[in-house]
Write a protein that binds this ligand. Structure first.
Ligand SMILES: [Zn+2]
Length: 584
């Protein structure tokens, strides 16, 4: 949840920037009536379907159905996050961001000092690697791994020599050792934490060093890799290794290649796989998927060929699907990992790589193939076991995909889709994630939905509805947004919706912005009243059938008292319904 302070910051900035001007820096807009139109920057098109509404400071695209305010626009166009958009727009509007509490300020200062220290360390290690005799073991390791100087410098690889080299360097520069300890660069005795290791900076998507991972150069060392501790700059599950270098290529090629190890990525870039990244020391997390989704909708998973690698691939495929991302899974032949495969390929490495990638099946299909290995379709025991595994596999994906996936699995294995879809218990309902819900146009407009759309463009109609309609009567799907709109109306009047919309859940924001861009055909108060009556009527009918159902149960249970009570309720409701229908 955003804090009060940051909410204020968003409102301050929003009041000072003009959406039309911000959009115009990226899109040529033409004025038509009160609105501006242009070619959508977020999908390919020849005729304008991107509309900016200056009154509401809101935009909507009729083509790709994306929508938002000035922050969402900057987020998408600059490929940043909400915080980043706020920063960019605040700078532009000359708004000083946030008055921090002393505690927050201290934390922010510490973070800044640690980031500076990490930057300094990266420069120092890189210098040692290339310029000092002490860097020799690091250079030899790179050579044996076929990593050239140009690639190494792009990743700013370095070498930490034995001893207290970095501490001495800091002393010579008159810098505080305390920050270096805080950054996890030094042991208590002042020796280098990464001593005698090749040091690999872990950077965020903007290229800022947040941590290091380091590979030993000593064959007798048990721990091959060690990492910086998590701290003020670094949370493992939030960083994607290599993203700063790969982001443009990912956008250009339309997919990211996700590998397991940092060295796989470095070798990948050396051999021309410049859209390669890694999930950096953890199984892929939801945060990482969302970070990647800013740059692409497709992940090509290339994990190690062992059992653990296959399992990690399946988990990643299901996880990504819930964020609306497609996956494919490639296995490199005759090698334990991509690093080994590429190095073995020599001059033909990239071409061989490309052939393997082109054949990569979807994440779902790869799982099916693994589960069905050696299946004999005429052996009913095997069919039962494999069928159970496939059923479980299908259920890990969003429900909207189940039917198509069962059909696909039937084609691949011969096991009936009915068996694969059979539910041992009701499937858990996963909330619709961004982009996973069907386009709004495909949904039928119910009276409740129509009313919400109407109220979005004519909030004053809430006055007409007072005493006519309670939130319980509104369809469950629209109840949340109805209540939120009503509350913002009660708090701040007709302008409340625009002021508070950014705090609504994303799908409700979409719904309202779509209504602003394309209002329903009829929006006067009279229509609002009519709709409220219809909603009420439908609600009463629903209640009526509920009572009838309960009634037959009570009859079956011979509960005569309950039967009498329910009969009375049903009669009364039926009378009210007839009354209403006669009036309407
Ligand atoms: Zn569009």
């Amino acid at each position: 949840m955003p804090t009060q302070a940051s909410d204020d910051a968003f409102a301050d900035v929003k009041a000072k920037v003009d959406l039309v001007k911000v959009v115009q820096e990226h899109v040529r807009l033409t004025k038509r009536n009160k609105d501006f139109w242009g070619l959508c920057p977020f999908h390919q098109e020849d005729s304008p379907s991107f509309k900016v509404n200056p009154q509401m400071q809101s935009w909507y695209c009729f083509g790709c159905e994306r929508s938002g305010d000035v922050f969402t626009f900057v987020e998408l166009i600059e490929k940043t996050d909400k915080r980043g958009a706020l920063q960019m727009l605040a700078e532009r509007a000359g708004v000083e961001l946030k008055k921090l509490s002393p505690e927050q300020k201290e934390r922010a200062d510490l973070r800044k000092r640690v980031l500076e220290m990490l930057k300094l360390a990266a420069q120092y290690y890189e210098y040692v690697l290339w310029k000092l005799p002490a860097g020799e073991p690091g250079r030899r390791l790179l050579e044996s791994r076929h990593v050239g100087e140009e690639t190494a410098r792009r990743f700013q690889l370095g070498y930490a020599p034995a001893g207290r080299g970095f501490a001495e360097y800091l002393r010579a520069k008159k810098r505080s050792l305390a920050d270096a300890h805080e950054a996890g660069l030094m042991r208590r005795d002042g020796t280098d934490f990464f001593a005698e290791r090749l040091v690999i900076p872990i950077r965020d998507e903007r290229g800022q060093t947040l941590a290091f991972t380091a590979r030993t150069v000593r064959p007798d060392e048990q721990r091959k890799y060690i990492n910086s501790p998590e701290g003020p700059t670094y949370i493992k599950g939030r960083v994607i290794f290599g993203l700063d270098l790969a982001r443009d290529e990912i956008t250009k090629r339309g997919h990211a290649v996700l590998m397991e190890g940092q060295f796989d990525v470095i070798t990948g870039h050396q051999f021309g796989v410049t859209n390669a990244v890694a999930s950096s020391g953890t199984a892929l997390t939801d945060d990482q998927v969302r970070l990647l989704k800013r740059f692409t909708d497709e992940l090509l998973l290339v994990f190690d060929a062992d059992r653990a690698g296959r399992e990690a691939g399946r988990k990643a495929a299901a996880l990504a699907a819930h964020d609306g991302m497609r996956t494919r899974v490639a296995t490199v032949p005759d090698a334990k990992d991509p690093d080994e495969f590429l190095r073995a390929g020599g001059a033909e490495a990239l071409q061989r790589w490309q052939e393997v990638m082109d054949r990569a099946p979807s994440g779902f299909e790869a799982g099916v193939a693994e589960f069905a290995v050696g299946l004999n379709p005429s052996n009913s025991n095997q069919v039962e076991t494999v069928g159970a595994k496939l059923r479980e596999w299908i259920r890990q994906f969003p429900p909207s995909l189940h039917e198509a996936y069962a059909e696909l699995a039937e084609r691949k294995t011969g096991i009936s889709r009915h068996l694969l879809l059979r539910d041992p218990e009701p499937a858990p309902v996963k909330p619709a994630t961004n982009g996973a819900h069907p386009p709004a146009a495909a949904r039928k407009v119910t009276p409740s939905r129509y009313l919400v759309q109407l109220l979005a463009v004519r909030p004053a109609a809430f006055d007409q509805l007072r005493g006519m309609l309670t939130p319980q009567e509104v369809d469950e799907d629209d109840r949340g947004v109805f209540v939120r709109m009503l509350e913002s109306y009660e708090r701040r009047g007709p302008a409340g919706l625009e002021a508070e919309l950014a705090g609504f859940p994303p799908e409700e924001q979409d719904l309202i912005r779509r209504a602003w861009a394309a209002p329903p055909p009829n929006v006067d108060d009279e229509v609002a009243v009519e709709l409220a009556e219809r909603i009420r009527l439908e609600h009463m009918k629903g209640m009526h059938s509920g009572i009838i159902r309960e009634l037959s149960e009570a009859e079956r249970g011979r509960d005569s008292e309950r039967v009498a009570q329910l009969e009375a309720e049903a009669r009364e409701l039926a009378r009210a319904i007839t009354d209403m229908e006669r009036r309407g």
